[in-house]
Ligand binder design. Structure first.
Ligand code: ADP
Length: 542
């Protein structure tokens, strides 16, 4: 083996917070909390307490490689636990509290979590599920003495007291950079959730890439609000990214309502906020009603589901640039980002929009290609679609405990389960999730495209499309709509709106209005639930 002559400095996540504490120590971390107060802290303070967490975990007997669960919102305490756990060699397992109870039990047992940190919100849930948790030895309630429950079936440790006993000078654990740092399960829309075990190296590389100008353009003057939760693919890396560049971090805790989010954005001077499209749809309705603005907010990173054009246009009018992101839990999560190439930025508004509704271009560290069902490479012509394959240093190699077996093909590509096109400029566009695409008469209809166009219709708040069995065409689209509050829009209005925007054969066979569209634990439209809801719905033969 030939070696160069530079230092071997393992990429460990605690180096991120050490850097932030030493060089940006007074930069704030502001957090809305379960106790209903705004808590002000900073990188130096959070590192000090993270070391106390590491010390308390060691005393408890947590060993490097052991999983420690969290059932918590984005708060300063959650960030302390996160760094404290992986800093002492443990694996921070962020559990999504919005999963079904059976799934929560499954993943806590599957991960073999030894200790669980939880927010006050989840006391009732944990009391109920504790008898089914097989490996959790202690529960630490993320609050102070004054807010501990008067009585409970569980002998909770009080976080503030427990941490206070920890040593603030506790050393971090030296580890190889390939050691595990975190664990996050995909929401498992089919079958049991599967765990993705991030390494220190994958998280650090991903955090550095996320800072780049054409990704989040994050720096010491940034004020970032990750509305995306830490249990949804590491809050899209923001607690790492903000530490790497010394940004101010604003955390919304248990509050996801538009008025609270807006207040945080305006009062804390947030200039970059990240969330799934439904959050921004709700915010739009709130702003339309109240006529408010978003203060210093200049950019939103939006991903997790396709971003409708109408949403991009609305925020443009407010001076807030929507940057589309595509990624997944298996990619830590960033894969592509929609910041424009110079030739795209120079296009007239309408022309540029055609690129902005695409999912974006790969960031350095992510390789991407399209393959057909037989594994042959497909061209990058913006028209040919195929299975989107990815590889890179923050892409999953295998699921936790080898679940699902071999998941890479012979060339090391991971199949994302998405169907996409890639154009000559490298812009990737998701056509659909392989399991959601509507197969009509041998052709494919993209449910995502139809949804995005339908949601632009005046009076429509949200749209979902599913394929229903059809006697002649195999499958045909059913369009399910939610009206905006007080809107009177009818089926005929929607058909008239769609008529000149889609190919004739894409016109949905049926349109139904509902009060609410169900969402998954990560804010996506729950298509399985919609299919179940409309199971007995029959489309007439054309
Ligand atoms: P889940 O646990 O809900 O599957 P993920 O975040 O891992 O959560 O989901 C990843 C999937 O979300 C991708 O494979 C893709 O289908 C979808 N997705 C993410 N971002 C976008 C986007 N910008 N446009 C369309 N689909 C997206």
């Amino acid at each position: 083996m030939i070696h160069g002559a530079m230092q071997d400095w393992p990429l460990l996540v605690w180096k991120l917070i050490d850097h932030a504490a030493l060089n940006h120590g007074r930069r704030e971390i502001v957090s809305w909390t379960c106790e209903g107060v705004l808590h002000r802290s900073n990188w130096a303070e959070v590192r000090r307490r993270a070391r106390q967490v590491a010390s308390a975990l060691r005393r408890f007997g947590i060993q490097p490689g052991d999983r420690v669960g969290t059932l918590a919102w984005n708060t300063h305490r959650h960030v302390e636990c996160w760094y404290g756990i992986s800093g002492m060699g443990g694996v921070a397992h962020t559990i999504n509290p919005r999963l079904f109870e059976d799934q929560i039990v499954y993943i806590a047992n599957h991960a073999e979590d030894r200790l669980l940190f939880l927010d006050l919100t989840f006391v009732g849930l944990v009391e109920k599920l504790a008898p089914r948790f097989q490996t959790i030895e202690r529960y630490v309630l993320l609050t102070d003495r004054a807010h501990m429950p008067a009585s409970s079936s569980i002998d909770f440790l009080c976080y503030e007291d427990w941490v206070a006993e920890g040593d603030p000078d506790e050393p971090w654990t030296e580890l190889p950079e390939t050691a595990p740092a975190g664990l996050c399960y995909t929401s498992g829309t089919t079958g049991n959730p599967k765990g993705v075990e991030y390494t220190h190296r994958s998280n650090v590389l991903h955090a550095m890439a996320a800072c780049m100008t054409d990704v989040f353009a994050a720096g010491a003057r940034s004020v970032i609000l990750p509305i995306a939760p830490m249990y949804h693919a590491n809050a899209w890396s923001i607690p790492y990214t903000a530490a790497a560049c010394g940004a101010k971090l604003v955390l919304n805790g248990p509050a996801f309502d538009a008025p609270t989010l807006r207040k945080l954005i305006v009062e804390e001077g947030v200039d970059l906020a990240l969330a799934v499209p439904t959050v921004w749809l709700t915010m739009r309705q709130h702003l339309e009603k109240t006529g408010g603005d978003l203060g210093r907010l200049r950019r939103t990173g939006v991903g997790g589901s396709a971003v409708p054009q109408a949403l991009i246009e609305f925020y443009d009018r407010l001076g807030v640039r929507v940057v589309q992101l595509w990624g997944m839990t298996e990619l830590s999560p960033l894969g592509t980002v929609g910041t424009p190439l110079p030739e795209v930025a120079d296009l007239p508004y309408e022309e540029e929009m055609k690129y902005r509704i695409k999912q974006g271009r790969p960031i350095f560290g992510v390789e991407m290609c399209l393959k057909d069902e037989e594994g042959r490479m497909l061209p990058r012509d913006g028209k040919t679609f195929g299975r989107l394959m990815v590889r890179g240093p923050w892409v999953v190699a295998r699921y936790f405990k080898g679940e699902g077996g071999q998941i890479l093909d012979e060339d090391g590509w991971f199949d994302t389960g998405d169907i996409a096109t890639i154009d000559e400029l490298g812009y990737m566009q998701i056509v659909d999730r392989a399991k959601d695409v509507i197969k009509s008469g041998g052709e494919w209809i993209s449910s995502i495209d139809l949804e995005n166009i339908a949601v632009g219709c005046p009076g429509i708040a949200e749209a979902a499309v599913i394929g229903l069995p059809h006697p002649k065409w195999d499958e045909r689209p059913l369009l399910i709509l939610v009206r905006k509050e007080g809107a009177q829009v009818t089926e005929a209005d929607v058909r008239a709106y769609l008529a000149d925007k889609i190919a004739k054969w894409w016109m949905p066979d049926a349109i139904e209005f509902v009060d609410e569209i169900p969402h998954t634990a990560t804010g996506k439209i729950r298509k399985t639930a919609l299919r179940e809801m409309f199971r007995n719905y029959r489309l007439a033969a054309a």
